[in-house]
Design a protein around this ligand. Structure first.
Ligand code: NAP
Ligand code: MG
Length: 513
């Protein structure tokens, strides 16, 4: 247990069965990366705590009202939760920026309003009637057939640190909309906005007891326990491919339903006819947004040899003008990375890039920010002459590092774009929209943005091809991933009396008089 008796920092417990409780494992500190010191403590949950939370979620699912609550009532509740976030936008944005290090501009105008919007869309989807009629059939007998959608049960939801509140909403909104109950495990670096939301939900009393449970604690204990727990019916995870693979193995013992949203190495394909001004801004937005800590970040820029030098020159000039600094300053473009450990990973990759022979054209070092000497700030970094087969171009770095890879023909560019174990997102920069759509169709990723990046809409499917994941989040596609489908068959002939039961399968013409 950490000794924190001498400070007055906020301390959050576990949220199980409608109340706050302590963890047997004590607490763990949560850092404010810009200042390099703790800003709160949270419960250090364990497998025993997961047992308690799953039992509460199980009870709420098996015997509570939630799975049978009408869709319009669940919609009202999701909208009430959206209202809670909206009413506290400034507080959420500040807390998110302090805990993650992300610029206040991003948390205020993206993370918080997108969280609200995603909740409201799932509120609307909760009202879709879970019934679908099947076409008329009289083979083998006249019957009425329909499909009924039901919630799956208890969902274990594991969230990464890079978009803490938004990822929490991406998990809980569709699960709750469909009538499931939840055990949520926030990321250990950034659990605070999920806990603030839980506190507001608790105080408002909008959710029945046990429907939402929150267990903080180390991934290897809490996440692991959720992924293997026999009382959990579905696991939904966002994070690294490596951890996703591990979770898939654990979940296989009890054949759990799975949604995995994993790593990426998304290409930004600059076409020879691109509007260079737009492409330069767009490629930088694609890679440096959230300090490069996005699964869909455009970390591989494919640039035509014909434009290469001019493009690089503009890219570098613009990258150098980005402001690194205090995340709470609205003018800041890049705050610190989430942690010292993440910063070291990024520094190691910068060394790897140099050794692999890529050319470092800007950045590559820690940035010193006055007043924030302990913050893990790193300069926006660009490598050129990168070979697509190198580690720099193939591995997810999760920091502000762009690899520019030259190409000669569009066919070669598409092949390079697809030469990756990942398949989450891609961007195409071109003035020719029709041509860009043809390119988009040939790229093996779950999303392709044309002249844009990072736009993840609440009604559009989001997820990965290849090792970027399994399943899709958002919209009706995301909702379906939280339901089981049941076929109900109603025989209308009532003709079995007096005959053996299987006679119904034999055509009338074949049956003797
Ligand atoms: P991670 O290991 O994938 O963690 C994501 C979530 O899974 C966290 O809640 C984590 O808990 C939990 N977790 C960790 N180990 C687990 C286990 N054995 N069983 C079940 N759950 C477990 O990611 P990370 O370690 O934070 O970051 C490492 C790298 O992953 C990054 O450098 C980046 O490349 C990648 N990443 C990708 C995404 C994405 O959106 N694609 C997001 C985050 C990270 P704790 O927080 O308690 O460890
Ligand atoms: Mg990890």
């Amino acid at each position: 247990m950490d000794d924190h008796t001498n400070d007055d920092l906020p301390c959050y417990g576990l949220y199980i069965d409608g109340s706050w409780t302590d963890a047997e494992g004590g607490t763990m500190p949560v850092n404010e990366p810009a200042l390099g010191r703790p800003m709160a403590y949270v419960a250090r949950g364990s497998a025993a705590d997961v047992d308690r939370a799953v039992a509460a979620a199980r009870e709420a699912f098996d015997r509570g009202p939630w799975p049978h609550t009408p869709g319009h009532e669940r919609a009202r509740i999701l909208n009430a939760i959206a209202d809670l976030i909206e009413e506290h936008t400034a507080e959420f944005a500040e807390l998110e920026s302090r805990n993650l290090g992300a610029p206040l501009r991003k948390t205020t105008f993206v993370d918080i309003p997108w969280s609200v919007e995603h909740l409201r869309v799932f509120a609307e989807l909760a009202t879709i009637h879970p019934y679908e009629a099947l076409p008329w059939t009289d083979i083998p007998s006249v019957s009425w057939n329909f499909v009924w959608r039901e919630p799956i049960g208890v969902c274990g939801q594991i969230v990464p640190w890079n978009y803490p509140l938004l990822m929490t909403i991406w998990k809980i909104a569709p699960a709750l909309a469909a009538g499931n109950t939840v055990v949520l495990k926030p990321a250990s670096y950034t659990p605070l906005t999920a806990l603030m939301l839980t506190r507001l939900i608790h105080e408002s009393g909008v959710l029945p007891r046990g429907v939402l449970n929150v267990v903080t604690g180390p991934g290897a204990e809490v996440g692991d326990a959720l992924a293997r727990h026999p009382g959990v019916d579905k696991v939904s995870f966002t994070g690294s491919t490596e951890t996703g693979r591990h979770i898939m193995r654990l979940a296989s013992d009890t054949i759990k339903r799975l949604t995995l949203e994993l790593g990426g190495k998304s290409p930004s394909l600059v076409m020879p006819d691109a509007d260079l001004e737009l492409a330069v801004d767009g490629v930088l937005f694609g890679v440096f947004f959230n300090g490069g800590q996005s699964c869909e970040a455009g970390t591989r820029c494919l640039a035509p040899e014909s434009l290469h030098d001019e493009f690089i020159e503009r890219l570098v000039t613009r990258a150098r003008s980005l402001r690194i600094g205090d995340p709470l300053d609205l003018e800041t473009d890049l705050g610190p990375l989430v942690s010292e450990a993440q910063c070291r990973i990024v520094e190691e990759y910068i060394e790897v890039g140099k050794h692999e022979g890529a050319r470092l054209v800007t950045g590559g070092k820690r940035a010193r920010v006055p007043g924030f000497e302990r913050g893990p700030f790193i300069e926006p970094t660009i490598f050129t002459n990168v070979l697509n087969g190198t580690r720099l171009a193939q591995e997810e770095i999760f920091g502000p590092v762009l690899s520019v890879i030259p190409y000669r023909t569009v066919t070669e560019a598409i092949e390079l774009a697809n030469a990756s174990r990942y398949g989450l997102g891609a961007a195409v920069w071109s003035r020719d929209l029709q041509g860009a759509i043809e390119v988009a169709k040939r790229i093996r990723t779950g999303t392709v943005w044309i002249n844009d990046h990072h736009i993840i809409l609440p009604r559009a499917p989001f997820g990965g091809y290849k090792q970027s994941g399994i399943g899709r989040e958002h919209g009706i596609y995301g909702l379906m991933a939280y339901t089981e489908l049941k076929h109900i068959h109603v025989d209308l002939m009532q003709k079995r009396s007096g005959r053996v039961w299987w006679d119904v399968l034999i055509p009338q013409s074949e049956q003797g008089a």
